[in-house]
Design a protein. Structure first.
Length: 221
């Protein structure tokens, strides 16, 4: 495997198929070029790049792949940063924040989530930055504030700060924001259904159906 970007992209593209690319582009409603690389193949390729070039190359590799503005290389870039082999750092966080400005769909945003979450858990002062995202004009960045803090919906974490964000989002008409509210509440409901029920009762007049439906999926009542 040669180290030039063009050859790395060639190897990645060979893992896809035209048929899958057409389906993927339609499914994601994407304007970017798609190569139809399956998720497993993309993840294995990202790991192979880290193995060949070393962990110290994770950031430049991810940056180079993301800057292509091609869907599959961008996904691969996010998988590199999200690898468990790559430790959180301020440099990774800054790269994620930069990448988010080019996100135009849930797949790219969600693929960056593991990398973002490990940075946030390593430095909880980043929550102050995420709180500013909740007011952002770009709804993908608003959505990321909830998606990237999902660990706080799990046991042994305090969910109240994020629930205050979700409460503010309750009136947001954007479908993906409402879906994210429901997703966050669903995870919380796995161990704290009483708090989820209270949230739903408090905001029942403003939450959309998709948020309520998603939130109730793990509730027993």
């Amino acid at each position: 495997m040669n180290g030039s970007l063009s050859e790395l992209l060639h190897h990645l593209k060979q893992l896809g198929s035209k048929e899958r690319a057409i389906w993927d582009q339609s499914y994601h409603k994407s304007k970017r070029e798609h190569w139809g690389v399956p998720a497993v193949a993309s993840e294995q390729y990202a790991l192979s790049l880290l193995g060949v070039f070393g962990l110290e190359s994770a950031l430049p590799l991810a940056r180079a792949l993301w800057k292509t503005d091609l869907f599959d290389p961008m996904i691969c870039a996010a998988r590199i940063l999200s690898s468990s082999k790559v430790n959180p750092s301020p440099a990774i966080w800054n790269l994620i924040v930069d990448f988010l400005t080019q996100v135009d769909g849930w797949a790219l945003e969600d693929q960056l989530a593991p990398a973002a979450r490990k940075c946030i858990l390593a430095d909880e002062s980043l929550l102050d930055e995420l709180e500013k995202w909740t007011y952002h004009e770009n709804f993908w960045i608003r959505r990321a504030a909830l998606v990237y803090t999902l660990p706080y919906a799990k046991p042994n974490f305090n969910p109240e700060r994020m629930l205050s964000w979700a409460a503010r989002y309750a009136t947001d008409p954007e479908w993906f924001i409402q879906k994210a509210i429901g997703w966050w509440l669903r995870v919380l409901g796995e161990h704290n259904p009483e708090r989820v029920i209270l949230f739903l009762e408090t905001h029942s007049d403003t939450l959309k159906y998709i948020a309520k439906k998603e939130a109730r999926r793990k509730l027993t009542s």
